[in-house]
Ligand binder design. Sequence first.
Ligand code: SF4
Length: 614
Amino acid sequence: MKHASKILRVDLTNNKIHFEEVNESVVECYIGGSGLGSKILWEETTVNTNPFSPENPLMFMVGPVTGMVPQGSHYVVCSLSPANDAWGEAAGGGTWAIELSRTGLSGIVVKGKAEKPVYLYVSEERAEIKDASHLWGKDSYQVNEILEHETEEGARIACIGQAGENLMRIAGIMNEGRFARMAARCGMGAVMGSKNLKAIVVKGGKLKPKAVDESALKAKNREVTSFFKKIRSGPGGGIAKIDEVIYSYHKIGNMPIRNHSRFKADSFVEQFRASYEEGEKYYCGLCPIGCLESRMCKGSREAVLEALLPMGSNCLVGDFPTIQKAYELCNRYGIDTISAGDAIAFGMEVFEEGLITKKDTGGVELIWGSGDAVIEMVKQIGENRDFGKILGQGVKRAAELIGGKAPQYAMHSKGLEIPLHDARTHNSMMIGYATSNRGASHIESHSFVLERKPIGTYGADGSLLGYPREKAQRLGFEGKAELVRRVQDLGNMFNSLVVCEFGFFLYGIELPTYPFWLKCITGWDMDLPRFMLTGERIFNLKRLINLRKGLSAKDDTLPRRILTRRPDAPLEIENVPDSLEELIQEYYVARGWSKDGKPTTEKLRQLGLNQLGY
Ligand code: SF4
């Protein structure tokens, strides 16, 4: 056998643990990470499984390239999502995943519910369920510190903060304390909280995963590392500066402003640039480059773009230290910053509209531009009190609870809040956000990167995806349905391998490198078409999970606001479709699906999914 997978199975209800070998034929079809996660979720849940029920599996998955290649440092958490009651997935970086891969495992599948708070300890030799009463109520930095002292040196910790304990549907899972890497999206932290599972400690041993062809792997890794080193020796260490990125995003309207309703926010940009202090670089394990999203600021992680803009421009707060404080609080409580920013901006708008008052907000003047209000709302969400009880459910549910006109201010797709990249300035994202399996996710479709010119001399080339650089354009819809389909399939491979997507999308590692890595490690000789077909299979399986849970073509949509020009936007810079429905129909054709968005029998046969009994 060339490459099987070993999974740790944990039953918290019955306090039982066992190991399971996954057959190579299954692994070759679903690879690992979220691909294997989707296969397990399909088989082990039904239409009636609730995200918070003990039967819902919570899976911490790595893949064949984890710990083996540059940037092979990520893990993926998969489960039924409390955001949409369907497929949920979130990825985190750092070094936790590499440590897990050195225990010899490809994943940990947790089911059941512990009677009292517990944590899981996993090493090369053993796995144990341990008491976590002393950790309950603690934030993620505190948990990390306590468990680092309680366990061996070098152990790595993933945990939830108070938001996950309180079943906030926008709670994520944190790893590595103040370095604050987060599997943020889809409320995976709340699923962990529903199981009374506070943390998972992993401690690898000498058991470094083995490749079938070690020498070819080493040669390719050397080549990729020197490619990154060349970029690093270029201007700015190969990394754009955050304040310059924000300045350039603002020029083209690629930024959420005032709950996604405006194009311009000059005062935000000025205030931000005046108050921004650049931090120091941080590298995930095995990453030779670092990225603009990975910096440290005075001893804890610097706010990433998907925090700076959702909690900054979207709420009209430009003061960097204030946003940084809100970001650190999100990391301590374990809250997804995209969802938190959108939820707070939503709160500001319904407050302005008079749908709620200070009586509802715990006395907070929830007004645009108030940094104090942003910080207080993050605390309320983390602590499940006052208006945070509502906002922590995500904007879709919050709007339903408030009622009246509130749903028109809720910016989400399939219950997941919309990230910073604006679909009106990167038109492929109209289709990407609307059709992503987990809801509005920029990670499931990174197509916006291919629509613009690469940064400097590096960056992804979409030629092998049928979308060459010279054709790249942000505005317009021609060919975008096909582009999104291919990028989604590729994204599903990245999250199954599991590897950081920035290597390809941000820096331009050549696409065939990925199937080559897979071949060196597993022995599977996948050419690029077969590699992409595998991604398509995984994407379609997640779609089947969603269809079985009752989602349908009507959920492949976006809020009216996102489909409408912003009143202050120059006409030539942004663009909206005449009909999103027509674009979605074009996308269904590109996918080989029926008009009602279902994979056809022929498509299922082509993907080898016809045996699933859908
Ligand atoms: S590019 Fe950034 S997120 Fe990706 S592995 Fe490197 S440091 Fe981590």
